[in-house]
Design a protein around this ligand. Structure first.
Ligand code: SF4
Length: 243
């Protein structure tokens, strides 16, 4: 068995009960954890999440009010051309690819889903430019369907804590999802993301962390942290699947 496959199959160091306890502590530390993207409906969150790739939520929030005023529905966006969209989203970076994805996403919604965002993971990931992480963000925050988005912050924090053990976002999503009730998936993801942004950064501020007494990064260096270990191939595969 390859080293990558062996790593992917490792079980988390902590039991589901400890996982739930550690997440409760972090939820208490970050009681306001929620997506920082501003949106009014599933379509707007889908577009905003697509724009947030390689960009801060703050910058996306500066661009989207004007964008959604001009294209308030999937049908309106579907009628646009990527070239017309480019200058409006340029501040978010990678604007040519994002313009193509946004218009393609809108056209697919109109063509296959009556202009609505489908509340279904498999249908969402069929949309142009929509990966599993983006689909889970929209499901969990705007459609009332349990979703557990795994981004680079969730990957790093969960592996350091020992509540997950893989550089592959899909595996980490499965491991966390198995340890938590579905009703807690969204808040768990939001909490880990905020913890990763504020405390468990690439250079972690462990003295400010409420989970430190049972964190494997401290107690025995357990877990596979994409920030510390894993092969380049693992990390590249992880980033691709986290989109
Ligand atoms: S103790 Fe340190 S490494 Fe562990 S989760 Fe907290 S901040 Fe991250």
């Amino acid at each position: 068995m390859s080293a990558r496959r062996t790593a992917t199959l490792r079980e988390p160091a902590h039991s589901p009960a400890v996982t739930r306890r550690l997440l409760r502590r972090l939820e208490a530390q970050h009681p306001s954890a929620f997506t920082e993207l501003i949106y009014r409906n599933p379509y707007e969150l889908l577009a905003a999440t697509m724009l947030s790739a390689q960009c801060t939520d703050e910058r996306v929030n500066q661009v989207t009010p004007r964008l959604f005023a001009r294209y308030p529905t999937p049908a309106a966006l579907a009628a646009a051309t990527p070239e017309a969209l480019e200058p409006q989203i340029q501040p978010t970076g990678f604007y040519r690819a994002k313009s193509r994805s946004l218009v393609g996403m809108a056209r697919a919604l109109v063509e296959h889903h009556n202009g609505e965002v489908p509340p279904d993971l498999d249908a969402l990931v069929q949309l142009p430019g929509v990966g599993r992480k983006t689909a889970n963000v929209v499901l969990g925050h705007a459609l009332g369907v349990p979703g557990l988005p795994v981004d680079r912050h969730v990957l790093r924090v969960a592996n350091r804590l020992g509540i997950a053990s893989s550089a592959d976002p899909v595996v980490v999503e499965r491991q966390l999802g198995a340890a938590l009730p579905k009703a807690r998936w969204v808040v768990a993801s939001d909490t880990l993301i905020l913890h990763g942004r504020r405390i468990c950064k690439p250079r972690p501020l462990c003295d400010r962390c409420r989970a430190r007494s049972q964190c494997r990064y401290i107690t025995d260096g357990g877990g596979i942290s994409p920030a510390r270990g894993g092969s380049r191939t693992q990390r590249q595969a992880g980033r691709k699947r986290a989109r």
